[in-house]
Design a protein around this ligand. Structure first.
Ligand code: PBG
Length: 317
């Protein structure tokens, strides 16, 4: 082993894992009514973007060799049902059309969930007893998927964790002549403390209760594999594990148990934690980020969704 490690050239030849901009997806937050951009305090370096700022930001990502962006929307208004999600003139639909018009070769993935659009912040509509109504939510998610795909989304990414949603979305897309639109399913999505900064960014923290009714127990890895297989059977094209760093074993298990591409979401809390350590002078940013993301790739992720995407692409070029 030492002989291999000592020769720089050989080191490259025998490297098992490659990290390049080609594997990255850059998430962006598009906000209705904003002029330009505004920093998100919980996520240093990430901004809320107006539609035109999002077009610029997407162009910057594309120029850095990042193949895809993932869009989140902050709508004009929220209501009980989250109707802003399936509004054809909604914030994500508008941003998708604008980005695709300027950057047709950049893949636009739309996050598909109701929590940014509901007044109560849950990922679906609530019944009288305050629990999420799974099946009614499926209909609304299906409308949202069709609306996003018709606006030009190349891939839809359901992050709600309702039961049966991949099948429901696949059927709705197919019925609307959108059989070619792939679904990247947040399959193993854990009820995680690491979404905190995102909920501030998306203004989507539940006003009452929590998401443990529909997100998974961090203690369970086999359940993550079961969820991923169910999504695969229902027609998912890409399976996602989220968060990434505390769940590297789940990424590996899903990768080994299925034949589908696997994405891992290096979430807001993982990002904020690293940024805070760097700001405090405790970690050196570049090697720490590259090591963390290489680890996610080594665990088996084909795709890494990360707020570090632009920095990484700059460092690697
Ligand atoms: C919405 C959604 C969440 C994230 C992505 N989509 C948050 C949540 O479930 O509360 C988190 C992303 C991040 O933390 O970076 N369902």
């Amino acid at each position: 082993m030492r002989r291999l490690r000592r020769t720089g050239l050989l080191r490259g030849l025998v490297r098992e894992t490659e990290l390049s901009p080609a594997h990255l997806v850059y998430p962006m937050f598009v906000r209705h009514g904003l002029d330009g951009r505004a920093p998100i305090t919980s996520m240093p370096g990430i901004d809320h973007l107006s539609v035109s700022a999002a077009v610029d930001e997407a162009g910057e990502a594309a120029a850095l060799g990042i193949p895809a962006v993932l869009l989140f929307g902050l709508p004009a208004a929220k209501d009980e049902a989250g109707s802003g999600a399936w509004d054809d003139e909604g914030i994500v639909q508008t941003a998708t059309r604008a980005i695709k018009a300027q950057h047709p070769d950049l893949l636009v993935i739309t996050d598909l969930c109701l929590c940014e659009y509901t007044s109560h912040g849950h990922c679906g509509v609530l019944r009288e007893d305050g629990e999420v109504d799974n099946d009614l939510t499926l209909e609304l998610l299906a409308r949202t998927a069709v609306s996003q795909a018709e606006a030009g989304a190349d891939v839809v990414a359901p992050s709600d964790m309702m039961d049966g949603r991949v099948g429901a979305l696949r059927a709705a897309l197919d019925d609307h002549g959108l059989a070619e639109t792939p679904i990247m399913a947040y399959s193993a999505k854990y009820a995680s403390a690491f979404y905190g900064p995102f909920r501030e960014a998306a203004e989507s923290a539940p006003s009452k209760g929590d998401r443990r009714g529909y997100q998974m127990d961090p203690a369970n890895a086999l359940e993550g594999v079961r969820e991923a297989k169910l999504d695969a059977d229902e027609g998912a094209d890409v399976l996602m594990v989220k968060p990434a760093l505390p769940y590297l074993d789940v990424i590996r298990r899903v990768k080994d148990a299925t034949n589908l591409p696997v994405a891992a979401y290096n979430v807001s809390g993982e990002y904020a934690m690293l940024k805070a350590a760097v700001a405090a002078g405790l970690l050196d940013e570049r090697p720490a980020v590259l090591e963390a993301l290489t680890g996610i790739r080594r665990a088996g992720a084909d795709i890494v969704i990360t707020y570090h995407a632009k920095d990484v692409s700059r460092w690697l070029s």
